[in-house]
Every structure is written in C-alpha cells, then in structure tokens.
Design a protein around this ligand. Structure first.
Ligand SMILES: [Fe+2]
Length: 303
C-alpha cells in the first residue's frame, strides 16, 4: 500500500491569450470534450472520470494557474493539509468548493511558488470508457525546479510522493496509483512548467494523434519515441501559446515491488534520446518552450 494520500494529477489550469482559439484546439485537435464555458474560462474533460482535466482562463500572459491533485476522501485532504502546514507552506483552509466541479479541498504554494491544489468529492463522470484517439487524463506534469532540494523534499516528505526513478536532470515521482509517475521534477534552475502529458489509450492513438496535429499545423517537436523511465511511447508538441504538450501511451504500470534505478542505468548511447533511436532530437523550439511557462502569482486559493 502506498503511503501517499495523492492519487494523481486531476487537472491543470492555464491562462490562454486567445481563449476561443485555444478552446477550439483542445476540443477539435487535441481530443478533449468541453464540460463548461463562460466568457472568461473553458473546461474540458478526458474520457476518464475526472470532472475536468484542463481549465483555460482568458488573460494576456500565457501561464499556469495551478495543478490540482486528486485525493481519495476528506480525511485524506485534512491529513495532507496538516502535513503541508507542518512543512511551513501556509495552505488555505480546507473548505467546500463552490467552483466548477465542486468538492472539498485547499491550495498552497510549493517552495518554488507553484500553485497546487488538493481536492476530493468532485462531481466526476460515471462514463469512463476509452474512446479511440481521445486522451483519458493527464498522466503526469513535468515541473522545472529552481530550488530543487527544497522542492524534492516538499513533494516527498510533505506530499508523500516516492522517487521511483531518477535520470538526471529528471526525478520521477510516484503516488497512490499504478502509473510509473505522476510528477516529474526537472533540475533546471527555473520555476516553470516543463510539459503536461496526456494519456492516450494505446500506441496507435499516439501515432494517429501525431497525424492529426500535423494536419492542423502543429509540427511534431520530438518523437515518436519510447522513454526509458516509465517506458511510455511519446510525442511532443507546442500547443496554443506554444504550451508544451505530450501524448503518452503504454505508461509502465507498477506496484510496490518496483525497484527504482539511478541515472547511470538509463543513459542512452550517444546520438539517441529514446529506446528506439529513430526520432530526431527535440527541436530547438521545444527546447525553448519547455522553459517558458511560469505560474501565476494568484492561484493558491480556491473558490
Ligand atoms: Fe513526459
């Protein structure tokens, strides 16, 4: 049994500079389904149960508003609140949420100033069947870290994640689910978003998703390939506002018997950036944008 109270990344919220265009992209190209819309915000679900996996807020400066984690129940939220308070992170008080999807939860900032939320009891969906070519959920978020030691300590000691593998500069963090990792920390001296990975139901849906992106003018920035840690098939893109996105499939499913491996184990031979060795290296554009997106100052309080 995992000691972690977190069951995965529930949703990511972004500021989009062109809300209509970004919404059109996530629905008609990326494969999410709209669940709510207003003049200022749009929300989208995957085929999994979470009420929404992506929120878009209208604003001039593209950024991340917050990352919300799923917690099993109220007791778990309260216990997590205690651990985060003890770590000195000054979270908001756990409360019934009136914002879209409802539920019960709180938010805080991590040591690098990222807005994180922890929620349960949301108005989730009963229909959870896979749909060909549509993402299920966000399978991991990769975060660049300015204060790496403090951030790793916060995620492991306060939030309860376990380092499941490391391949410097990447540390892969596992929580209470069977996915290899739900958070990746990248030691990059920046407090920004590295990328958001959406889980596709199968290998073939990643390949067809790549074709759909290409057809719509979003070139493949890296991939197709198969990662070392996590063993997943990947393809990377720059979405609206150049936000760094990944399609992933066949993510390694693990249990407590998994044996973490250090960086030396994972290094590819020169010239390779994945297991197969057919992809070009990541594009200069992708290399640039995976450093670019900061978190908003506001976002550590929930409505
Ligand atoms: Fe990834």
């Amino acid at each position: 049994m995992s000691a972690c109270l977190i069951r995965g990344v529930r949703s990511v919220e972004l500021v989009a500079s062109n809300l209509d265009e970004a919404a059109r992209f996530y629905e008609t190209v990326w494969g999410l389904a709209p669940v709510a819309a207003s003049n200022e915000a749009r929300y989208f679900r995957g085929t999994g149960g979470y009420h929404h996996v992506l929120g878009l807020h209208c604003g001039p400066q593209p950024a991340v508003v917050r990352i919300a984690f799923d917690v099993a129940d109220r007791a778990g939220v309260d216990a997590l609140h205690e651990k985060i308070s003890a770590a000195g992170a000054k979270p908001s008080a756990p409360a019934k949420l009136t914002a879209l999807g409802g539920g019960y939860g709180f938010a805080c900032k991590d040591p690098d100033g990222r807005n994180l939320a922890f929620v349960t009891d949301c108005a989730d969906h009963a229909d959870r069947a896979d749909v060909t070519d549509r993402p299920r959920k966000i399978v991991h978020a990769n975060l660049n870290t300015r204060d790496f030691d403090a951030t790793l300590r916060f995620f492991t000691q306060a939030l309860g994640f376990r380092v499941i593998d490391d391949n410097a500069p990447l540390w892969f963090l596992h929580c209470d689910n069977s996915d290899h990792c739900s958070i990746v920390l990248c030691k990059m001296n920046l407090p920004t978003l590295n990328h958001i990975a959406f889980e596709m139901p199968e290998f073939d849906s990643v390949m067809r998703g790549m074709g759909r992106m290409k057809d719509n003018g979003y070139p493949i920035e890296w991939g197709p390939g198969r990662h070392g840690p996590g063993n997943n098939v990947f393809a990377y893109f720059c979405g609206p506002d150049e936000v760094p996105l990944e399609y992933a499939a066949e993510v390694l499913q693990i249990d407590d018997s998994y044996r973490p491996r250090p960086s030396d184990y994972w290094k590819f031979k020169p010239g390779r950036s994945d297991q197969w060795g057919i992809t070009q290296p990541r594009s200069p554009r992708y290399y640039r944008v995976q450093r670019l997106f900061g978190f908003t100052a506001e976002g550590d309080r929930l409505g």
